[in-house]
Design a protein around this ligand. Structure first.
Ligand code: NI
Length: 184
């Protein structure tokens, strides 16, 4: 039986739910596979190249990623309990953004290559070797499972600047919503 996909709401910072540690998945059952499919749909719709379950309010160790460029065929990975079992000593800087920190970007330095073990949407144990963009995205999404945002890797001065902008933006959106209700 095929079920319709659903778009999920993405939580934006600052929000205490983005700072929590997510729980491991016991097994990938039909409900978890459905969540993975919905997360992927939500990610493509945003659009983004990765999404972690805590960003949609689910404190489970689940991420979805797809580093394929727009003109390339989709290459999604759905991962439960991802674990980095090897990382290169060589690091590389990469400009990162995040669906939970809209319009904010900065350079983060991470290991260049990684080997990751995870459980896929069919509850099979797998490993993947990642470098380049895929490596960056997996590491970024895995951070979300530990309540870590990309801004936690940059200088505190830059981080507070970004968080101030996001806080202001949130207040502004709340006011806008109230105004729309009052004038409706
Ligand atoms: Ni993110």
């Amino acid at each position: 039986m095929s079920r319709p996909m659903a778009l999920l709401d993405i939580i934006t910072a600052p929000d205490p739910r983005l700072k929590k540690k997510a729980e491991p998945v016991e097994r990938v059952d039909a409900a978890t596979a459905k969540l993975m499919a919905d997360m992927l749909e939500t990610m493509y719709d945003a659009p983004g190249v990765g999404l972690a379950a805590p960003q949609v309010g689910v404190l489970k160790r689940i991420i979805v990623v797809d580093p394929a460029r727009e003109e390339a065929p989709p290459a999604p990975l759905k991962m439960a309990n991802p674990e980095i079992i090897w990382a290169s000593e060589e690091t590389k800087p990469h400009e990162e953004g995040c669906l939970s920190l809209p319009e904010e970007y900065d350079e983060v330095v991470r290991p260049d290559k990684i080997k990751v073990r995870y459980i896929d949407e069919n509850n099979e144990l797998r490993t993947v070797d990642a470098d380049g963009l895929l490596s960056v995205i997996i590491q970024h999404e895995m951070d979300h499972l530990n309540g870590v945002l990309f801004v936690d890797h940059i200088s505190s001065v830059k981080r507070s600047m970004i968080m101030r902008r996001l806080t202001k933006q949130k207040k502004f959106e709340k006011l806008g919503k109230r105004h729309a209700l009052e004038t409706a």
